[in-house]
Design a protein around this ligand. Structure first.
Ligand SMILES: O=C(O)C(=O)C[C@]1(C(=O)O)C=C[C@@H](O)C=C1
Length: 334
């Protein structure tokens, strides 16, 4: 079994054998998030619970209603999924156990045959809309956009006899979803396929559990995620944080600033670095960051989805840290 999954609590139930893991995901069935969940080892045997939003999936983890959740965090075209970045940055702590990559392809669907020039409004998830804007502008200019909680939600709304309305009742003509939704619901009519502006789009998802989950062990191809609230708004504050990583040879693979929401101008940084907290250079850098920013939050160390092994210069290796530490210990008489 994969280490990431053995980290998700799955204690025995009162009377039978081990109960299936309960994993929440941004639903309904047919979302890209569900496709990501199906890549989690043991997913087929798990109880998969669709949720209406990212915050509700993460809230279910926090209150123990589920063992873990899969949520989107970043798209190669549109960038960070702010609902996820913001939610994991505050409230009760969570741990990322695994990242999952899913290639993204969009299909335009309707309840029946429609010519493109008959389509006045389209609904889908805001991230999906951002990834098809160019195609829409070229093929159905001036069409109205109706936000949906997910791509699949915009399509399955045609199936319940409402003819396409999302929660607030706004009607629309067509939805944009994954091809999987059409495979599952052949009663939907495909109007256009592969309409993404970038044919190589990929979305990154995370498997998230409570902090008592077992951390995946280091593999040599790992990532560590942290949230760093800026402690003092002053010249060089970001530079001091970056220096902590740079001087220990720790590469940043992502850094985004997000407003904390408390007042205008108050930000936190959402950061991914190459390496595992069990790597001395990463642990040492995090200690430095924590000294600068005492509210720094650890989100987890987990294997990279692309399995790219991290090159570490000799002076930043565990051996170099061990040697240097024992030298100082010796000098201090320890
Ligand atoms: O709506 C879905 O199907 C999702 O899984 C969400 C989501 C996202 O949040 O980015 C995932 C992948 C696509 O980029 C579009 C939407």
């Amino acid at each position: 079994m994969n280490a990431a999954v053995s980290g998700v609590a799955s204690g025995p139930s009162a009377d039978s054998g081990p109960r299936p893991r309960r994993i929440a995901f941004l639903g309904p069935e047919g979302t890209f998030t569900e496709a990501a969940l199906m890549q989690v080892p043991g997913a087929r045997e798990s109880e998969r619970i669709p949720m209406a939003s990212v915050p509700s999936a993460l809230a279910a983890v926090r209150k123990g209603a589920v063992d873990a959740a899969v949520v989107p965090i970043e798209n190669s075209v549109e960038g960070g999924v702010t609902a996820t970045l913001d939610d994991v940055a505050s409230g009760a702590e969570l741990r990322i156990l695994q990242e999952i990559l899913v290639p993204i392809q969009f299909t335009l669907v309707a309840p029946g045959e429609l010519a493109l020039d008959q389509i006045r409004s389209i609904s889908t998830h805001s991230h999906a809309w951002a990834q098809i804007r160019g195609w829409v502008e070229q093929n159905i200019p001036g069409v109205e956009y109706v936000p949906a909680p997910s791509t699949a939600a915009s399509a399955v709304a045609f199936l319940d006899g409402h003819g396409g309305t999302i929660s607030d009742g706004v009607p629309y003509d067509a939805g944009v979803c994954s091809p999987v939704v059409v495979d599952r619901h052949p009663e939907l009519t495909v109007i256009a396929e592969n309409i993404g502006d970038n044919k190589n789009a990929v979305t990154r998802f995370i498997l998230v559990a409570r902090p008592d989950a077992t951390m995946p062990p280091p593999t040599g191809a790992d990532k560590t995620s942290v949230v760093i609230p800026l402690w003092q708004d002053r010249a060089g504050a970001l530079m001091e944080i970056l220096e902590q990583f740079a001087t220990r040879g720790v590469n940043l693979s992502r850094i985004e600033s997000r407003p904390t929401g408390s007042h205008l101008g108050d930000y936190f940084f959402s950061v991914d670095v190459d390496g595992h907290i069990q790597d001395d250079r990463v642990a040492d850098a995090l200690m430095g960051v924590r000294r600068m920013c005492p509210r720094t939050r650890f989100l987890g160390s987990y294997p990279r989805a692309d399995q790219r092994v991290i090159e570490v210069a000799k002076q930043h290796s565990d051996a170099a840290f061990i040697q240097a530490r024992s030298w100082v210990d010796h000098l201090r008489g320890q």
